[in-house]
Design a protein around this ligand. Structure first.
Ligand code: ADP
Length: 268
């Protein structure tokens, strides 16, 4: 490429101290992006230096959830500066679209190059943790990521629904082919605290047991202990604050959903 030297992925170097987690899900709508954005904000609030790559190419929502929608990164000395959002260093495909209504229609090789750029041409500095919000399913991005950063551990988000759990388990099982580790499973939308009888009464809107089933299934398939990292309840406030651009863990840190996120963040 015209003498232009390809930079190496800093996080994939043997001496890298950054822990890398790719957050995956079987299908969309299970709260993968909400969980990732809140985990990042919770880590930052704990004083962890955290970067977030929103690689959910088609459904990028991290900028909105972190109040950075429409932000454009600046370029300094040939390096892209991540956008600071609630103390999280953020890079998203949304930031590279000409305008918000243009859909991203990239094929595998372009996705790979984009991801590579996010990892090599962005000035991340020294990070304790790098989180990646993957598109749902087991597509090109997950494979590219495994090639670029084989050390990235996978975190699987599922709902309690057993049908959803099967799909989530398959998303995590990609780790067998890519020789990656699975750091754990997060069950989101676990239950709804009853608005009438009080929070002790839990409504299992989406059934129960999905997260545990995914963790057990992946432990069996990988021959390693894959823990259930936590169960995050449904909370209308979580949805609202995501829409308004302040992560729920910062807006209402005492809420059970926030407490669950903080607890999971401290395990990673
Ligand atoms: P995904 O990234 O898996 O597609 P999102 O994070 O975009 O899912 O979440 C889908 C929708 O569900 C969003 O409107 C989000 O605000 C909402 N949501 C996610 N988790 C919760 C929760 N625990 N309680 C209430 N709403 C939630």
């Amino acid at each position: 490429r015209g003498g232009q030297k390809q930079r190496e992925v800093p996080f994939a170097q043997p001496d890298s101290l950054t822990r890398v987690y790719a957050v995956a899900s079987g299908k969309g709508g299970v709260g993968k992006s909400s969980v990732t954005a809140n985990l990042a904000a919770a880590m930052a609030a704990d004083g962890v230096t955290v970067g977030l790559v929103d690689a959910d190419i088609y459904g990028h929502s991290a900028p909105r959830m972190l109040g950075a929608e429409g932000s454009r990164p600046t370029v300094v000395d040939d390096m892209i500066m991540p956008v600071p959002a609630h103390d999280v260093k953020l890079i998203s495909t949304e930031m590279f679209k000409p305008d918000r209504d243009t859909p991203v229609a990239w094929r595998g090789p372009m996705l790979h190059r984009a991801l590579q750029q996010f990892l090599t041409d962005v000035f991340w500095g020294d990070l304790d943790v790098l989180l990646l919000d993957l598109p749902p399913g087991t597509g090109d991005v997950a494979i590219s990521l495994a090639q670029l950063m084989p050390n990235a551990e996978i975190v699987v988000v599922s709902t309690p629904q057993l049908a959803a759990a099967e799909v989530a388990e398959r998303a995590g099982a990609i780790a067998i082919q890519t020789h990656q580790q699975v750091a754990g499973v997060i069950e989101n939308m676990s239950y709804m605290p009853c608005p009438h009888c009080g929070p002790e009464h839990r409504l299992d809107l989406f059934g129960s047991g999905g997260g545990r089933q995914v963790a057990q299934g992946l432990s069996r398939r990988l021959g390693a202990d894959v823990p259930l990292l936590g169960e995050i309840p449904l909370d209308i406030g979580l949805r609202e604050s995501g829409d308004l651009g302040t992560p729920f863990v910062l807006k209402d840190p005492e809420a059970p959903a926030s407490a669950a996120m903080h607890d999971i963040a401290r395990q990673l």
